[in-house]
Write a protein that binds this ligand. Structure first.
Ligand code: NAD
Length: 301
């Protein structure tokens, strides 16, 4: 039998069961031996329920999610919180970041927002240091922030090339370089880089974007080799087309074509990708390293 509780549901269920037991069982009138046996039975029973549920798969972990103010990153932030993680969002969009963090806090989660541009190494280093000063460690880094500036090669400007390289490539170098020393110190870490299926197959109009996403796959494999012996796993997720702000510029006829090409006949959702992040960040993926997980509904077979 598989139980499935969110963190909040788990807390509430445990609370009500406890109240029920206190109300109907007269503990005082039982002899001490019998009383401890009954309490032990219920303690084991709760533990089994909670360990067989998805309650707290990231309990006590400190996770940084770049680009966590919107889209896939926002969805991942909520999912990680619901699994017991302390979530730190690094995002350049102040308004969206504040909104997201207020929503998370309203649900009782521990989360923080740093208004931060991943292209600025010194700002990223200062932010990583302050996370460790406050929470003592960084367990998980999700390199999710990314942008597009699409144009075919002949029309692409140097500025468009540079902007995408700065955020999608240098940004990942910066955050990982800033965070890894703290992971090495603890001998534990999970790094997940957000690539894309276009890195594997190319895409018209995305020379800059494809260059960065393909580079992330190379970096994932390199870091998987360098950091594996230090207890840190590094993996990449390669999403297909996911319904977020990022693809609002893609014309409707192209979207329909993509759906037709996808065996599952739909676009992906932010949650589809957030679930892959969660798996790779969890202990269930402790022997998964330097790999690329496609989340594309089979679009690229
Ligand atoms: N949506 C898709 O179809 C798709 C497909 C494949 C890969 N991806 C990748 O998934 C990741 C998330 O994409 P999304 O669809 O959620 O995009 P999104 O545009 O909805 O969200 C991206 C977030 O990154 C933040 N960001 C941008 N530049 C930043 C910077 N310099 N510093 C810090 N934060 C910055 C934005 O403010 C935003 O909150 C990206 O890396 C993207 O390339 C998306």
């Amino acid at each position: 039998m598989k139980f499935s509780f969110s963190r909040e549901e788990g807390k509430i269920t445990t609370f009500y069961v406890h109240i029920y037991l206190c109300k109907y069982i007269d503990w005082q009138s039982m002899n001490q031996y019998f009383c401890s046996k009954v309490q032990g039975f219920f303690y084991d029973f709760y533990s089994k329920i909670m360990s067989s549920s998805n309650y707290g798969r990231l309990q006590g972990k400190v996770a940084i999610i770049t680009g966590g103010a919107a889209g896939i990153g926002k969805c991942a932030a909520e999912k990680f919180c619901s699994e017991g993680a302390i979530v730190i969002i690094w995002d350049v969009n102040y308004e969206a970041g504040e909104k997201t963090i207020n929503e998370l806090k309203a649900k009782g989660y521990t989360a923080e927002f740093f208004s931060l541009n991943v292209t600025q190494l010194s700002a990223v280093e200062a932010a990583a240091k302050s996370v460790v000063e406050k929470y003592g460690k960084i367990d998980i880094l999700i390199n999710n922030a990314g942008i597009t500036r699409d144009k075919t090669l002949l029309k692409m400007t140097e500025e468009q090339w540079r902007q995408v390289i700065e955020v999608n490539l240098t940004g990942v170098f910066n955050t990982t370089k800033a965070v890894v020393p703290y992971m090495v110190e603890k001998g534990y870490g999970r790094i997940i880089n957000t690539s894309s299926v276009v890195a594997l197959y190319g895409n018209i109009g995305q020379t800059n974007y494809v260059a960065t996403k393909a580079a992330l796959i190379g970096m994932t494999k390199t870091w998987g080799k360098e950091l594996g012996p230090k207890g840190i796993t590094v993996n990449a997720v390669a999403p297909g087309y996911i319904s977020t702000e990022m693809i609002t510029t893609v014309p409707e006829n192209i979207i329909n074509e993509i759906k037709q090409k996808t065996p599952l006949r739909r676009l992906g959702t932010p949650e589809d990708v957030a679930n892959a992040y969660l798996f790779l960040a969890s202990d269930e993926a402790s022997y998964v390293n330097a790999t690329v997980l496609s989340v594309d509904g089979g679009m690229t077979i």
